[in-house]
Design a protein around this ligand. Structure first.
Ligand code: NAP
Length: 371
């Protein structure tokens, strides 16, 4: 695979930093453009960002100048692939501008996740939904002209991603009738500086704005069926309780589920173990085993299990009968890797494999903008 230039919009935030960490060593993508708010534009990344990750900020990135957050403001060539980690309100305004400028916008935000012609994708679950980009106006109009045109692809809310990985193999084999999920979500999911320490230390906050609604609607779109220009939502009943807890990274979710067909303990474990839909595609960020089941009585736990599959696997444990529905279990996934930046990068890898990016120009890497 040829290396392609990429940009990051919202590069200084919690998810933006993960993008930098994961893309700095990526075999297919090269970071050549960074932008954040107007407050940061013109500063070097090292000056503008409060780096919060446990690996060093790469010196080459620290020296890059943050660009204005509009496509026409790019110094040098604007990359045709933009990873976006923006607040929903800002994403609603900025992401279409980049798509209209011919960029593939790989978004983390909720702004367009439920828009009919915008794919909401977890590659192991519903890569076929990526076909929706062909219905987006930016792409259709520019295809009539000379270039392939921009589009927006989204990844789900951080709790929805870990959950649907565990649900997809069950939906495929047994069908899902109804689901109850209660989350314990890490503080890094609220961005930086996030929840005040005096609010969260020694505490649980039983409210995350719009989170329950997002989780409920996104899961049925992700598990829905593509019907040419739209997705038929999964016909299942779902209720979510979302809580913020004093954990740094890693969302834990307690699930009770009613299946359409009876399934034994062994059949459910087999469905998870045999779920390897991306095998053979050799995507750099895809975990070999997307759903890992841990038989220990007290797992999964965020501190111990969030980095499985380099932070891209969903760990499941404690499968047992449920006295209200059929079965219950616990799911854990890393919220800023699998739940955000890693998910977006995996979406980009699938798009690259499908040939949905503009072809690479030999001189592309020269577009990098350094201070
Ligand atoms: P964050 O830490 O608050 O970062 C926000 C980023 O947006 C910063 O880089 C900030 O730049 C930039 N920004 C603010 N205003 C801007 C503007 N007008 N134009 C361009 N950039 C602007 O937030 P986050 O946690 O990284 O989340 C980013 C998005 O990802 C949100 O939509 C969030 O819901 C979603 N998401 C987050 C997680 C997670 O676990 N954290 C998971 C899934 C999805 P400055 O430094 O210049 O202010």
């Amino acid at each position: 695979m040829e290396r392609r230039n990429v940009g990051i919009l919202g590069a200084t935030g919690m998810v933006g930093q993960r993008f930098i960490q994961l893309l700095s060593q990526h075999p297919w993508f090269e970071i050549t453009w960074l932008a954040a708010s107007d407050r940061s534009a013109g500063k070097t990344y090292g000056e503008a960002c409060r780096w919060k990750l446990d690996t060093p900020l790469p010196p080459k990135i620290a020296a890059m100048t943050l660009q204005p957050n509009v496509p026409e403001g790019a110094v040098g060539e604007l990359p045709k692939i933009i990873f976006a980690a923006l607040d929903a309100e800002i994403a609603r305004e900025l992401e279409p501008k980049f798509a209209a400028a011919g960029c593939a916008v790989i978004s983390n935000s909720s702004a367009f996740r439920m828009t009919t012609d915008v794919p909401l994708v977890v590659p192991e679950v519903n890569a076929d939904h990526l076909h929706l980009i062909e219905h987006q106006s930016w792409r259709r109009e520019s295809q009539a002209g000379s270039h392939p045109g921009g589009y927006i692809v989204t990844n789900p809310n951080c709790s929805a991603i870990g959950l649907v990985l565990a649900l997809k193999p069950l939906e495929e084999r047994f069908g899902i009738e109804s689901l109850f999920v209660s989350t314990m979500q890490a503080v890094s999911g609220a961005g930086y500086p996030g929840v005040a320490s005096l609010d969260i230390l020694g505490n649980v906050i039983p409210f995350i704005k719009n989170e329950e609604e997002k989780l409920q609607e996104e899961v049925v779109k992700l598990l829905g069926t593509l019907d040419d220009n739209h997705v038929e939502m999964l016909d299942a009943r779902l209720t979510a309780h979302c809580n913020r807890v004093a954990v740094e990274d890693g969302h834990t979710e307690c699930v009770s589920i009613k299946l359409r067909k009876p399934a034994t303990y062994e059949e459910i474990l087999a469905a998870w173990a045999e779920f390897q839909p991306l095998n053979g595609q050799h995507l750099p960020s895809a975990p070999d085993q997307p759903v890992e089941y841990d038989t220990a009585i007290d797992r999964p736990q965020p501190r111990l299990d969030r980095m499985r599959g380099k932070g891209m696997a969903s760990t499941v444990g404690r499968l047992r009968p449920c006295s209200l529905l059929d079965w219950k279990f616990v799911v854990l996934s890393h919220n800023t890797i699998r739940g955000a930046a890693g998910a977006a990068i995996l979406n980009a890898e699938v798009l690259a494999r499908l040939g949905k990016f503009a072809s690479v120009k030999k001189a592309e890497v020269r577009g990098a903008v350094y201070a």
